[in-house]
Ligand binder design. Structure first.
Ligand SMILES: *[C@@H]1O[C@H](CO)[C@@H](O)[C@H](O)[C@H]1NC(C)=O
Ligand SMILES: *[C@@H]1O[C@H](CO)[C@@H](O)[C@H](O)[C@H]1NC(C)=O
Length: 204
């Protein structure tokens, strides 16, 4: 019996000890390069982007490891319509959101046979590395970068997962109405007792 329950118990404990949780999202709205996005190959030019998040560094080393997380977009056509309608890149995290970070965005030519490969540096079209300060919120911050003879317009935000609150996405509060408590949650993640209930857990 114990052997049967142990995995579930461990799973439960793991879920309980994830004390912070959220996602960094970045939308690419346009990208162009004066050198041509795919060089001389203009037909069927396909690209993808990579986002790498790192701890804040004075001099950013753009190489992995991406200590805060990394993600790739799908591969899509290099035309402006495909780029502007591409889905946001999502980098989930499970630590207290630090507020400052290094952001590295790379544009890659996807012509190579290995889908989404970032091994061949020749396929790297452009790379930007910048330090950013960002507070948790739905609102998108807009930015534009002109390095590497290209122009990249993008926007980004960081939001907490459901039931996580506060400036670091570390305040966990899930509304409940049962023997363990009777409350809803406010913006910073504090319990707000339902009418007629008091106590820290609103169970009195
Ligand atoms: C982009 O520019 C930076 C410095 O301006 C340089 O270090 C980097 O190698 C360039 N990347 C590419 C792909 O040209
Ligand atoms: C909480 O539960 C009680 C009894 O189960 C119910 O009467 C009450 O309407 C519930 N309150 C809310 C806000 O769901």
């Amino acid at each position: 019996m114990a052997r049967f329950f142990l995995p579930f118990l461990l799973m439960f404990l793991c879920v309980q000890t994830t004390l912070s949780s959220g996602v960094f999202e970045l939308k690419i709205s346009s990208f162009s390069s004066s050198r041509g996005v795919c060089g001389f190959q203009t037909r069927d030019c396909q690209i993808f982007f990579r986002v790498c998040l790192k701890h804040s560094q004075d001099v950013i080393n753009p190489e992995p490891p991406c200590t805060y997380g990394t993600a790739l977009t799908d591969i899509f056509g290099a035309d402006s319509k495909s780029i502007s309608s591409s889905a946001p890149i999502r980098v989930p995290f499970h630590f207290k959101w630090p507020g400052t970070f290094s952001l590295i965005i790379e544009a890659w030519n996807a012509e190579s046979s290995i889908i989404g490969s970032t091994d061949n540096q020749n396929n790297l079209i452009s790379r930007l590395a910048t330090r950013r300060r960002l507070t948790v919120g739905e609102e998108w911050s807009q930015d534009v970068d002109f390095s590497n003879k290209s122009e990249l317009r993008y926007s980004y935000h960081v939001i907490c997962d459901e039931h996580y609150h506060g400036v670091e996405c570390s305040a966990y509060c899930r509304p409940r109405n049962d023997t363990f408590g009777h409350y809803t949650c406010d913006e910073p993640g504090d319990r707000v007792c339902l009418e007629g209930w008091t106590g820290v857990y609103c169970d009195v």
